[in-house]
Design a protein around this ligand. Structure first.
Ligand code: AMP
Length: 417
């Protein structure tokens, strides 16, 4: 695999898979441009070398159909402003041959939303998985996907993948396209390199003690990661809504708290595995319970396994916060995914805020800290602490799959051949 820092893009046309899937308000204005800013180091390097840029991305889920509300034309001006130069626009990403051909060094062409074509995702549309013709349709779609990827590849001399957010998908633009470039002409962008390095710090280059904090609403969505981390961590803090599935599994009374009743055995299994492997499992012992799911609810602090009916645990209590801090502050490697409470309500942010602050303290003392997964990123942003941890990942699903130990197709595609 080529390395972007060593590559000379002079007079080369580079097709770059970026993640410009930025949130828009109802008038099509960008509400958070983090993803555009995240791609700038890669894009600026290519332009500074004297190359030209063909930018491709998806936006939203148009499901293989043209949808003007998800047009990337809406973000063209923001990209132009960020790059400080004009950005041409190709209104059909699969018919941009002429526009690509005419591109001169230093020029930028933005392609329309890749997902206006079903070939991008490569899943057959309009046919149910249970339909007898599904397998044939799938095979046919895979062929069209290759054709689509080949068309995109034909625009450029070099392929750069800088879209970590979609690296866990084997889509035309994220992986299949790489087959049409020689190994010296395909590479990860700077953002992708940083993300891959951050995951390596967590999974391979571990400084101990290693503390992972998994929160959020459900244990079921985090089980793959919890299992993979169990072999690696010294301390595992499980917090947020999943606290109550564990409390109930151990015979506790959890009132109206969120609970996955079909995951009680799984919770006991996790407790058992932690014991077997010598992992210090930290579960909240107390909570801030509320008499309704609202910011203005009446609250009280009570044991997480003795919550009265009509009440629900919405945040970690003070004893739990102390226990979390004890496991976080001395750590040298930290991973945080998922809030410790309903942080969207200002009255239930204390647990998540304490975790964020303890991570910052540990980071100041030399720990490597990775915060990833949508809601914990929202937390550190809300607390103004994003710049005080070692790394905030841009990838939700991709980060989680990487931490589960899965190979990301978007990374493998440029690495392998
Ligand atoms: P996830 O998408 O699984 O990471 O979950 C994130 C969501 O979990 C956030 O929207 C939180 O509000 C929610 N959450 C955290 N703690 C609780 C809790 N105790 N009860 C209900 N929801 C919670």
């Amino acid at each position: 695999m080529a390395k972007i820092e060593n590559y000379n893009f002079k007079d080369k046309k580079a097709i770059v898979r970026v993640d410009f899937n930025v949130p828009l308000d109802e008038n099509g204005n960008i509400t958070d441009d983090t993803r555009i800013r995240g791609a700038l180091p890669t894009l600026k390097k290519i332009l500074a070398d004297g190359g030209s840029l063909i930018l491709m991305s998806h936006m939203g889920k148009p499901k293989g159909k043209v949808n003007p509300r998800l047009s990337l034309l809406q973000i063209r001006d923001a990209v132009a402003k960020a790059l400080g130069r004009d950005v041409k626009f190709a209104p059909d990403c699969a018919k941009a041959q002429e526009a690509a051909k005419e591109l001169k060094p230093g020029e930028v062409l933005l392609l329309e939303n890749l997902r206006f074509y079903p070939e991008e995702e490569g899943k057959p549309t309009g046919i149910d998985k249970t339909d007898p013709g599904y397998e044939a349709a799938k095979k046919e779609m895979k062929e069209s996907q290759k054709e689509f990827a080949r068309t995109l590849a034909s625009y450029a001399d070099v392929y750069v993948n800088d879209a970590f957010g979609t690296a866990h998908r084997r889509h035309a633009s994220t992986a299949v396209i790489a087959d049409y470039f020689d190994h010296q002409d395909k590479m990860l962008g700077f953002l992708m390199e940083k993300e891959v390095k951050a995951v390596d710090n967590i999974l391979k280059d571990i400084k101990r003690p290693f503390t992972a904090i998994m929160g959020g609403s459900k244990v079921s969505t985090k089980i793959g990661i919890i299992e993979n981390l169990m072999d690696k961590v010294d301390n595992l803090i499980l917090c947020g809504g999943m606290t109550y599935t564990f409390a109930k599994a151990r015979g506790g009374k959890i009132g109206d708290s969120i609970c996955e009743n079909d995951k009680l055995d799984l919770a006991l299994d996790i407790i058992r595995k932690a014991e077997e492997k010598g992992v210090n499992l930290v579960l909240g012992t107390d909570c801030v319970a509320a008499d309704s799911f609202s910011n203005d609810a009446k609250t009280m602090v009570c044991p997480a396994d003795n919550i009265p009916d009509g009440w629900q645990g919405l945040d970690a209590g003070p004893d739990s916060i102390l226990a979390f801090r004890e496991a976080i502050v001395p750590a040298k490697t930290i991973l945080w995914n998922g809030p410790a409470g309903v942080f969207e309500f200002d009255n239930f942010i204390a647990g998540s805020k304490a975790i964020a602050e303890a991570i910052v303290e540990a980071t100041d003392n030399g720990a490597f800290s990775l915060v990833g997964g949508g809601d914990s990123v929202a937390c550190v942003n809300k607390f103004g602490l994003a710049d005080s941890v070692s790394y905030v990942s841009t990838g939700g699903g991709a980060l989680l799959e990487a931490i589960e130990g899965k190979v990301l197709p978007g990374v493998a595609a440029v690495e392998d051949k």
